[in-house]
Design a protein around this ligand. Structure first.
Ligand code: AMP
Length: 191
């Protein structure tokens, strides 16, 4: 079975970039809830229409909808056998409970939870740049602030849970993209 990890970190820390690079390195799938939502919005699907406004305001989509999406992604794409990097999920306590149930059901256990860290000023700077370059609908100043607040209050506390389970791998998310990848790979190879 391939590597099975979560990657967590505040918006703008480079989670998506690192998830893609790690997926390539370890030959596993990167599953990003944010990307799945954005794809559905772009193609104007039923799901996309449902989540569009929530996402552009910087709020979280319901746990139920997101949980179903993750369960489908993990059970359909052979992710179990091939391994996976789940990016952007779970984001609150309830989602941890849902993910535990899904993994249990599929007979899977996580190998590690990677957390990327950076200070708020660095994050804001990167998100402003990204807004200019990519024009993401949820990269308005209000939505950015909202997402960082939700991360601090709901998502960051999950680190304690995964630390208690002995799964946490915290890596500084600033510096060269390739150096950050190397740091994460080195930590994961120690496992
Ligand atoms: P991201 O690309 O991970 O920053 O996700 C973009 C947006 O998609 C978030 O701001 C949320 O509105 C939504 N989203 C992504 N993952 C989740 C999740 N696990 N739970 C709820 N909403 C999510």
């Amino acid at each position: 079975m391939g590597l099975k990890i979560l990657i967590m970190g505040p918006q703008g820390v480079g989670k998506g970039t690192q998830a893609a690079r790690l997926a390539e390195h370890f030959k596993v799938q990167a599953i990003s809830t944010g990307d799945i939502f954005r794809y559905n919005i772009k193609h104007n699907t039923t799901l996309g229409k449902k989540v569009q406004e929530i996402i552009s305001s910087g709020n979280l989509v319901s746990d139920e909808l997101t949980g179903e999406l993750v369960r489908d992604a993990l059970s359909l794409n052979n992710a179990a056998e091939e391994g996976f990097i789940l990016d952007g999920y779970p984001r609150n306590k309830n989602q941890v409970v849902d993910l535990d149930a899904t993994l249990d059901e599929l007979g899977l256990t996580l190998d590690a939870v990677v957390v990327l860290t950076a200070d708020r000023d660095t994050l804001l700077e990167r998100m402003i740049l990204r807004a200019e370059n990519e024009g993401r609908a949820d990269d308005t100043p209000e939505a950015i602030a909202k997402r960082l607040d939700i991360y601090d209050s709901e998502t960051a506390p999950l680190m304690n849970e995964y630390r208690a389970r002995g799964l946490l791998v915290a890596v500084e998310g600033t510096g060269e993209v390739s150096d950050i990848t190397a740091r994460i790979v080195a930590e994961l190879e120690k496992l």
